[in-house]
Write a protein of this length. Structure first.
Length: 188
C-alpha cells in the first residue's frame, strides 16, 4: 500500500499540510516519489522516496512524500514550496531499462503519472495553481527511470532499475539541498 509520509516518518493524509499565508514560515523543500510498489518497476519513485525518508530523518527543512498518483493530488502538495524534486517511472521504450533521465515540466513523455490520461498533467497542475494565485514552486526538477517491467503485480524492482536507485538518490539530494547535505554527509 502506498503511503504519503513526512521526513520524520509521520503519515500524512491528502491535504494535511497547512496552507501557507503571510504568517506561516516557508514550507520545507519537497521530494515526491510517485508510483505503485506492487507493480514492479512502477514503484521506483516510491522506493526512492523511502530511501530518502530514512536518510533525511533528521532534516526538518525537507519533506519526503510518496504518492500513488499525481495530477490534482499534487496541487496542494506543491503549494508554497520553493524547490521540488519529483521521481517517477518511465515507460517510453526509447532508452535501456534503468536509464535515469532528467525531465522538465513540459517534456514528461513516458512518465506514468505526470502525463496520465486519467488526471490532469503536471504542466496543467502548475498552471492551475498559478492561475488561482497560489505560490507554486519556481524550482522543479523531475527524474524518471526507464522501466524494465511494469503492469505486473510484483513487489520489488528489477535488478537494472534497482541499480539506478543510489545514483538517482544522489542526484535528488544534490538538487534539493546541496550545501546542507554535503556538510551533513548525507550524500554517499
Amino acid at each position: 500500500m502506498s503511503e504519503r509520509f513526512g521526513a520524520r516518518g509521520s503519515i500524512l493524509t491528502p491535504g494535511a499540510r497547512r496552507h501557507t499565508d503571510a504568517f506561516d514560515p516557508p514550507a520545507p523543500e519537497l521530494i515526491v516519489g510517485l508510483g505503485n510498489e506492487i507493480a514492479g518497476d512502477d514503484g521506483v519513485g516510491i522506493h526512492v522516496a523511502g530511501v530518502l525518508r530514512q536518510r533525511l530523518a533528521g532534516a526538518p527543512l525537507i519533506e519526503v512524500v510518496g504518492l500513488p498518483w499525481a495530477g490534482f493530488a499534487l496541487l496542494d502538495t506543491l503549494r508554497g514550496r520553493r524547490r521540488v524534486a519529483i521521481v517517477d517511472c518511465l515507460t517510453s521504450g526509447q532508452r535501456p531499462p534503468g536509464t535515469i533521465v532528467r525531465l522538465d515540466e513540459v517534456g514528461i513523455g513516458g512518465s506514468i503519472r505526470l502525463n496520465s490520461f486519467h488526471d490532469i498533467s503536471f504542466p496543467t497542475v502548475l498552471a492551475l495553481g498559478r492561475r488561482m494565485g497560489w505560490d507554486m514552486p519556481p524550482q522543479v526538477a523531475i527524474w524518471g527511470v526507464e522501466a524494465e517491467q511494469v503492469g505486473v503485480f510484483h513487489e520489488g524492482l528489477s535488478p537494472v532499475v534497482a541499480a539506478a536507485v543510489e545514483p538517482l538518490v544522489a542526484e535528488v539530494l544534490r538538487f534539493i539541498a546541496p550545501d546542507l547535505l554535503a556538510v551533513a554527509g548525507v550524500i554517499r
